[in-house]
Design a protein around this ligand. Sequence first.
Ligand code: FAD
Length: 448
Amino acid sequence: MDNDNYDVVIIGAGISGLLAALALSKEGKSVLILEKDDAVGGVCRSYEVDGYRIDTGPHAITRLENGPFKELMDRYFDVVPQFVPFGKYYVRIGDEVKPFPWNINAWLKFDLIPKTDRLLLMKSAFNTLYLLNKGKNLSNITLQELISENISDTTTRFLDWICYFLVGNSIENTAISRFIDNKTNKGNSIRYIGKIYDLFVTEGGKDQGYPKGGLQSLINSILVSFTNNVDIKTGEEVVKIQCRAGVEKVITGENTYNCSNVIYSGFASDLPKLIDNLPEDYVHNLNQIKKVNSLTIWLGLNKNIFKKNGSQMWIDSDPYAWMVPVSNYDPAMAPNGNHLVGFAFILPDEYDILKMRKKALAAIIRIQPDIEKHIEMIHYQDLIPEKASWGVNSGFGDVQTPIKNLYCVGTDTEKRSAGVSRAAYSVLRCLEIMESDGNRSEFEKKTG
Ligand SMILES: Cc1cc2nc3c(=O)[nH]c(=O)nc-3n(C[C@H](O)[C@H](O)[C@H](O)COP(=O)(O)OP(=O)(O)OC[C@H]3O[C@@H](n4cnc5c(N)ncnc54)[C@H](O)[C@@H]3O)c2cc1C
């Protein structure tokens, strides 16, 4: 059956699809959102398990003072979620737990790793700034190549942890540009000096928060802000995007929708299945994209084991773990005074999920043995936090596509930042490109 014309069809109701829909609906566009799952929110939502409110993975929402998500909330949200400060990031090595060293001063005092390593890494950091100032392309130099071969295993694991959780790749595959490109520009005309300034004063993590009520409160704030020109259809998977001079129709198992613009927020690497005759080099790049795989273990506990309001980076854990005591931020996430803690693990490219679950649970118990007798609920999630890792030899999608009036949003289309902030950057870029293509309304040009 052929359906009414929509100005924009949005494929996928994760946070990037929903944010794009909100922005365009506020500009008066008629928008249809098609989501293959029965729920909206993608990997940014919450649901109930045994009286616990479980998020799709532990989350810190970043850059809340002046980042891209804040920009979209300010511009388009009628109701803004409430955020609880995320607190410190603690590093746990052996039995010691210390705050993450965000600047050189803290770094020099960070005695969880050997002093010689700290000095060598400082030297490497300054070398990087020197290379940057010389105009060297840092996207082909890996962190492994930059650092000295003589650093200890502990320090290598510490850096490897950071690479896995920031980029989804090991230290051998992470380009050093990842640690430079997305920093805020302080307006210093000499880049080199600006970066040194960053190294000395960065405090990190201060503008991060946990949304009260869980991730679902982000999604609910978007849904209640929609105007009445948005239709959402769940349980409807898009199987084809029909294009001639530009996009024409979006086809699902049940329906065909005519539209002037399409915003696609699924995996960019799936586009060749949805669209016939895409250019070869475009398809080749999409085929090189590597997803980031993750496992989360949620534990419901009858005792508060982690009392500090802050998360912990477990460097000794195998696989590496990030522990987030969610009910410390919002006690309503657990029932009857119980506690909810999430452990996120980044998984290798190839894995047996049942073995990984067993191994990861054993790692938690090895590092925190007293936890075992307090466990009342265990819930596992296998999810993809970033649709593309940022590795030296990996492909990466783009908001712009070779097809007229087809745009992509999501974490495989934009390299700045990570997670929800990255998704929000992709939406802002999509709006910019649509505007330069003449696909946004006069209203936004005047006010936006
Ligand atoms: C364990 C874990 C921890 C995380 N931690 C953080 C964190 O601390 N901070 C942070 O900012 N972010 C974090 N994230 C990442 C963040 O949740 C995601 O980056 C973000 O939610 C991605 O949103 P998206 O809309 O781009 O993609 P998705 O949420 O994947 O949405 C895509 C949607 O498109 C739908 N879809 C795909 N193909 C089709 C089709 N053909 N037809 C119809 N529908 C389709 C999918 O079903 C899905 O709902 C984490 C994620 C995980 C899993």
